[in-house]
Design a protein around this ligand. Structure first.
Ligand code: M3L
Ligand code: AKG
Ligand code: FE2
Length: 410
């Protein structure tokens, strides 16, 4: 059930050989310089530097190498910002000499400038390495996997005071896309405090903190007692909200359980079972819309993007945008593509609807849930009686930044 993407710093030999084969005709072997230290060999080829460590070559473009020089005149290590003007690098630049000294690659450029790079830094940032690495490690889950993981929820007191508890919470959140804090006082204020402990609140048309019942105060089905099928929120934003927080402050009635489904687990199943359908879900941009016209609120939001988004260099999923209520007119693809799109969408929907993928939880007063709205879909069962839910959205960048500051990979 682990994500298909793993951290691995080096390319396979075959992959590396393919890369070399592609560049071979452009190499000028006569002018090649060779330098080596211990097991590392580096060669100045015609248009790139090749570093081999135990037979696994990595290629570095010369302009890239000059651009990533970390010398004091090129890079401000106090602010972690580039000082060098990339626009002034000769596009035909090529080092005059290279050497491996200890764990460093040393290049001397025409004009005498010297650049030093640690070999581990180069290995970490080589394309060959990034291609095989996960940007974010995740545990993909169905209901059994999640339940068997027996993750303990954070507790309000320790969560608010202890950084280790916050770090553990963030690690769970990153791996599973959901995380809980228990024993939170049942007020909007305490809910705000618990979210502020994690990050910044993203204000939207629904407010900063929102608190709602089934009173149809807004022109959206969420403000009713009806069931809601699994979906991601704010799919009609150009950048959908990163994190959704819910706290059920009270419920006197029946039903109203929350449904959670790992969208990436379903999408990976689709990728395995039907690669062309997966491709189509990644490639075709669709429109989502939120049109509200009530006495107190006028809104018209439009968000355009594919159902599934993957990073182009490693094909890792980073966002699912799935909301059948808010999906708008499809009018940007020819009719045979429309037919194939519906087939692909049906296949994804079937994965998302498998009962074994459904995690049902009853949100009770005191239990706050954080949901990765780019990954985990939520829904709810129809309910009766008074049910008051409060919560907010969080800015994704700031949550991930908080996690990275704890040394977590996000
Ligand atoms: C969460 N809160 C009740 C404030 C808003 C609900 C937004 C509902 C909308 N259909 C969407 O999916 O984005
Ligand atoms: O009422 C609920 O449990 C959730 C409703 C919903 O999907 C939302 O507010 O985004
Ligand atoms: Fe929702």
């Amino acid at each position: 059930m682990f994500s298909a993407f793993r951290r691995a710093a080096v390319p396979s030999l075959r992959q590396a050989q393919r890369l070399c084969a592609r560049t071979e005709p452009r190499m000028s072997w006569g002018h090649m310089q060779l330098c080596s230290a211990a097991s590392v060999t580096c060669r100045l080829l015609e248009d790139c530097l090749e570093i081999s460590d135990a037979g696994t070559p990595m290629l570095f473009n010369y302009v890239w190498l000059r651009d990533h020089c970390r010398s004091a005149s090129s890079y401000n290590s106090a602010t972690h910002q580039r000082s060098l003007d990339t626009g002034s690098i000769e596009l035909t630049v090529r080092p005059e000499s290279s050497a491996v000294e200890g764990d460093q690659l040393v290049l001397t450029w025409p004009g005498g400038h010297v650049s030093k790079y640690s070999l581990s830094w180069l290995a970490e940032h080589s394309y060959e390495g990034r291609k095989k690495a996960a940007e974010q490690p995740r545990v993909l889950w169905n209901a059994d996997v999640y339940q068997n993981a027996s993750l303990s929820p954070a507790k309000w007191d320790t969560f608010m005071s202890c950084d280790d508890e916050l770090k553990k919470f963030l690690q769970n959140y990153l791996l599973y896309g959901i995380a809980f804090v228990d024993d939170v006082p049942t007020t909007v204020e305490a809910t705000e405090e618990v979210t502020r402990r994690v990050s910044l609140i993203r204000e939207t048309t629904y407010g900063r903190m929102w608190s709602f019942t089934s009173d149809f105060s807004r022109g959206d089905t969420a403000y009713s007692q009806l069931a809601l099928d699994r979906h991601t929120d704010t799919s009609y934003f150009q950048e959908p909200c990163g994190i959704q927080v819910f706290h059920c402050l009270r419920h006197e009635g029946t039903g109203g359980r929350t449904l959670l489904v790992d969208g990436f687990h379903a999408a990976e199943k689709l990728r395995q079972r039907s690669p062309e359908s997966f491709e189509l879900m990644c490639r075709v941009p669709v429109r989502h819309e939120y049109i509200e016209s009530t006495d107190n609120h006028r809104n018209h939001m439009v968000g355009i993007g594919p159902v599934l988004s993957v990073y182009p260099w490693n094909n890792e999923l980073y966002m699912i945008r799935y909301n059948n209520y808010d999906r708008s007119v499809i009018n940007s693809i020819p009719h045979d593509a429309v037919r194939r799109w519906y087939v692909a969408h049906r296949e994804l929907t079937a994965e998302l609807r498998r009962p074994e993928n459904e995690l049902w939880v009853k949100l009770t007063p005191g239990k706050v849930i954080f949901i990765d709205n780019w990954r985990v879909l939520h829904g709810r069962e129809a309910f009766s009686g008074l049910r008051q839910l409060c919560g907010c959205y969080l800015t994704r960048d700031d949550v991930l930044s908080a996690a990275r500051c704890f040394g977590l990979q996000a």
